[in-house]
Design a protein around this ligand. Sequence first.
Ligand SMILES: [Zn+2]
Length: 324
Amino acid sequence: MLLTILMASALAQSPVLQADLHLDTPTQMLTKGLHLDAKEGLEAGIPQLKAGGTNLVVEVLWPPRKSDHKKRTFALLEAVEKDVERLTDVHIAREPDEARSMVNAGHIAVLISIEGAHGLGTDADWQSTFNQFYERGLRLLGITWSFSNRFAGSSGDGGGGLTDEGRALVALAREKRVVLDVSHASMKTTMEICEGSPVPVIASHSDAKSLRNMKRNLTDAEIRCIADSGGVIGLNFHAPFVGPGANIAMVADHADYLAKVGGHGVVALGSDFDGYIKKPIGLEDASKIPSLWAELKLRGWTDAQIRGVQGENFMRAWTAVRAK
Ligand SMILES: [Zn+2]
């Protein structure tokens, strides 16, 4: 009895796990000399994250097209590592239970992701580069950014599907139990990765094409495939993807649509804050995110469904990937 009471009170006290699957904050840090805990200049710095309840963040290593891709990706990682070392309540999480313990302790869990496998560089031995990133915490990999690379076709340039090297990369990611992220990928790449995938596949920051016909948004077939894999789709806040005059209600429309096509369990959050986005009215930075949960509640989403979008859907997918 006492144990039950203790467990119930522990549950009542644990903070809601709230994940944002796509933050470009490392790019702002590197290019503007800002730190994760900057009081000004970031949309998803620690003060904004804490004010909005986000406690699990995917920090993205994105090498711009015109850069030394591998060097830049390592430099972004180093910038994150340095801040994490300095901050006492921010840590890089390598496993789901580790991330949850950090969150339960009131700290922020950081997951490392590469956006665009061009970040692995041009060497023949890209596998050892992948392994170096993995050792330093890489847990998610976006296969492409806005242009096709040696591994896969992008939605940005009408690219094709996976190349032979791309198939080898998918296999290596699965062997290392790294989450594959198909945001930005061409439809062919997405379907090749997703169809028959033994583990959940995610699209970290993409909206629904049926609501807003943009190359970066997902077709119903892609939404269904990701849902069938057990994966999640992070709602992207970038106004051109949401729709003209984007606001909280329109972001919620995408949530409703993703849920209609793929079930409530497919919906997650991938704001793209600090990624040079045009923000919806009412969602100007990470402190404003609770307004989105309020909107979903008004629309009849249950508390459990909202907790799913907040982070539990992603935790389910990530746990499944790590378990394989
Ligand atoms: Zn992106």
